[in-house]
Structure formats: structure tokens, C-alpha cells
Design a protein around this ligand. Sequence first.
Ligand SMILES: NC(=O)c1ccc[n+]([C@@H]2O[C@H](COP(=O)([O-])OP(=O)(O)OC[C@H]3O[C@@H](n4cnc5c(N)ncnc54)[C@H](O)[C@@H]3O)[C@@H](O)[C@H]2O)c1
Length: 394
Amino acid sequence: MAKTCNVALIGQGFMGRTHSNAYLKVAKFFKLPVQPVMHTVFGMKEEDPQAFADRWGWKHSCTDWKSVIHNEEIDYVDIVTPNYMHMPPAMEALAAGKPVGCEKPIAGTLADARAMVEAAKKAKAKTFVWYNYRRCAAVALAHQLVKEGKIGRIYHVRCIYLQEWGGPDTPLLWRFQKKLAGSGAHGDLNAHIVDMARFITGDEIVEISGAISETFIKERTIVAAPSAGGIAGGAKGAAKKGKADVDDAVLFLTRFKKGAVGSFEASRLATGYQNQNGIEVHGDKGALRFRFEDMNYLDYWDNTVERRLQGWKRIMCTSGGNHPYVGNWWPDAHILGYEHGFVNQAADIMRVLGGEKPEVPIPDFADAYETQRVLEAALLSAENRCAIKMSEVK
Ligand SMILES: NC(=O)c1ccc[n+]([C@@H]2O[C@H](COP(=O)([O-])OP(=O)(O)OC[C@H]3O[C@@H](n4cnc5c(N)ncnc54)[C@H](O)[C@@H]3O)[C@@H](O)[C@H]2O)c1
């Protein structure tokens, strides 16, 4: 019999659903050293956490996150609240010596992130950050191919994360308020592609320049209700407006330690792109190209074959035993989707809690802090209109 781990989930919005689904499914598809037990979900009173618990299979619900963290029966705390509410429950759980999972970005501010890293170090507790795109088979394969030397010396890293839901009709959700989110498209979307670039290249960004930040929509309708499980939510009929004080788009350029140059672009107003999360890597031996809206595919260019045979190869990453995670799912070519990345991450968290290795590296607080430093450097570059060396950002 595998050991069990009583999970407390703090939050029940969009990510509350993806994580609940992950804990619900993971032990059905993966052989795990530790199996999650869906013990308690926290939600705000107005969200009806008991209805959420009943629907998703949590044994208990609560409206007091501190008490659930300190409940002796809880073995692991998973945080899926808005960014400003990552640090308080994480610190509480770490002080109680419990391992912690947390949604990305690790925090709304670099100071919060630093406090979380220090607390984790002090508690000697295992921590995890849900940069879920690492766990798409195609992205994990890209990481493996670079590690095996198939791309060779990397020259270019080109990253985009483009969405379009942030138009003037979208209300003033927490995502548009600096005190709740920290930043806008930057912490929401650039966070993912900075993590993906670091993960795939195995390299670190050392300098940022040319950053531009823009808030196109400066006022939005004030909304009282939570976002009810989606991103944009709705507050039809409300008339009062408030200030949106985060970026709608941030673009920047980077230099990597091993000499590559990179570009990053995140926007919530890229009309025509709903969830275009993409990365391209060009090296002397080959190149890679990934687009999340076609997430089962990784494009690969082999620069070592004779010229007349060169061309982009479209690899469908759905072969069990050959492509990461896939063997746990369906027969070959029975396509996987968004939710599978979260289930794969839950599997790796349970493996690490059970003393095993994750299938591909999983970010802990210290790793996610490095991504947060890059985000901070880009904001400094945009604000001061100058290049920022990563060594200047502690
Ligand atoms: N990994 C991904 O791809 C991904 C995608 C979306 C969001 N996220 C991250 O997940 C986190 C949550 O985002 P979401 O989309 O689920 O948001 P959401 O608004 O849908 O849900 C947030 C939930 O947090 C709780 N909450 C809200 N305000 C709170 C408060 N003041 N105190 C305590 N709890 C509160 C509520 O239960 C709410 O339902 C954010 O950090 C976000 O950046 C990650």
C-alpha cells in the first residue's frame, strides 16, 4: 500500500479547479510512492466552499485558511490564491514545518518571494511552484533534447505569451491591481515563458535591456464578485470605475550566461491570440519550436543532416515510453490537453514527497525566485529605460 498525504488546497478559483482535478486523477494514472488525499479546501464565504468540496471530492471545506494549515491531519499545503496571498499561507505552513506547493508567480513582489525562499530554507521543507507548462510532453522533450546536446550551442531564444482577454470590457479583477497581483501580463504570462526558457535552455539570464511596459486600458469597471473559475470573469451592470495600475503588455530583450540572446513578449491585448504561449530556440546543431495551442507537437530542425534533407520536422509527442509522461495516459496519439500538465505536476510532487525523482526538474521556491528576479529586472529596465544586469537584482 502506498503512503498517503493529506492535502489542503488554499483557494478555489480557476487554479483551484485545475489542482483539484489533478489530485482527483493522479493516483488513477500514475504509480506513486505517496497518494494524495483530498482533505480540505479553503474558499471565501461568498464562494460556497462546501459546494466546491462536494463537486470536486474534497472531504472538508473551510473559510479560515490559518486553521486548516495548522490542522495536524494536514501533511501538505497547496496555494492557489491571488499573488499577494501566496506569501502569508506559505509562511504559516513553512513555520509549521509542512511542505508547500504554490501557484506562479511565486509571489507578487520580489520581497515576498525572498521571504518565502528564506522561510523554506529555514524550515528545510520541500517546496514546489506550479510552472505547469514544463510538464507538457513537448516542452519536457525540448528540455531533454537541449540537455542531450541535440541543439548544440544556443544562439537565439524567442518567447511569446499572447492573450487577448484584457480589453476595455474586462472588469477590474485582482489581476489588474498592483497591490493584489504585483504586475499584470508580466507576472502572469512573462513568468511562464521566463521559466520555460530557463528550463529548456538550462541557462540563466544575466542581463536585460530594452524593456517596455504599457497599460493600454487605464480604468476598468469595479467588480465585487470573484472570477468564478475563469480568467476574465464578469461584472455586467456595475458602473463605477477604478484605476488599473498594472501593465497590459511587457516586452524585453535578454542576454544568457552562455552567450545566447533572447526576446520576451507578453500581452493581454494581442487581438487574435487567445493563449499563444510559444518558444523558439536556435542552436548550431538544430532548432526547436513550440506553441501551446498545438501543445502535442514539438517542431525540430536537425542542422546536422545534409542540406538537401533539412527541414522542420513536426514531432507528435504522444508516444508512451518515448515522450515524457505520456506512458501514464492513453494509447499512442490519443491526444493530451491542458489539464494533463497539472496532473503530471501533481505526480511529480507526490514522487518528490515520497523520496523519488520527478520526471523532469520541478521548480522549488529557490528556482522560482530566479524567475522572479528576471521579472523584477525587466520592470527596472522599463522604468529606468536602461539595461539591468541580473547581479544588480538581489
Ligand atoms: N499555472 C497557470 O497556468 C496559472 C493559470 C492561471 C492562474 N495562475 C495563478 O494561480 C493563482 C490563482 O489564480 P486563479 O486564476 O485561480 O484566480 P481566481 O481569481 O480564479 O481564484 C483565486 C481564489 O483564491 C481565493 N482568494 C481570492 N482572494 C482571496 C483572499 N483575499 N484571501 C484568501 N483567498 C482568496 C478564492 O478562493 C479564489 O477563488 C494566481 O497566482 C495566478 O497567477 C496560474
